[in-house]
Design a protein around this ligand. Sequence first.
Ligand code: ADP
Ligand code: ZN
Length: 211
Amino acid sequence: MNNFVFLGPPGAGKGSLAVKVAEDYKIPHISTGDIFRANIKAQTPLGVKVKAIIDSGSLVSDELTFELVKDRLAQDDCKNGYILDGFPRTVPQAEALEAMGVVIDKVIEISVPDESIKARLGGRRVCEGCGASYHIEFNPPKVEGKCDKCGGNVVLRKDDAPETVIDRLKTYHEATAPLIDFYKGRGKLTTVEGQEEVSETSRLVLAAVNS
Ligand code: ADP
Ligand code: ZN
């Protein structure tokens, strides 16, 4: 099976890297953050419930998040594998996944120092329309403020505000980083050091996934 988990701090580039691997393997890329944001945008009951939590940089409850993932994994396109991006994010979430009988084949940890994260997220901009990700310095859209792909507005994500980024990093170290040892103990973990060059990081990630 090709059941992969991408682990790493906010802004490590998990999302973009996972999209590449998902294309290669023709498996779905499941990002709990993207699912939450789509619900917020569409003002669904779930979106209304989680908006304030996400804007503040805290984690949504394990129960709510797990329900969502359980439903997603039951869909037909997950039969041949999937990439989980942003889930599990706590040890209880990983345990719930195991309890459900899900076997994860590989966990790719993308490791990036906090200082680089702060610089990256401060300049990150995302498209309100399609979710495409940009950086004002390293990867700006061709027309300032407009998405190359869909023409949507390219904006600062609320939870990318510098104060919130500090909280998200703290949450990462406290709640999510313990998963590194959790999966190491199960012999599933490969760590990739995030490189300055995105193409170089994606080469290393693909090698780790293929190994
Ligand atoms: P990033 O990796 O940049 O922090 P994500 O898009 O993965 O962003 O997640 C954005 C927000 O969505 C998180 O800060 C959190 O509030 C919520 N979220 C996403 N995945 C989970 C999860 N597995 N458990 C709890 N909250 C989550
Ligand atoms: Zn767009």
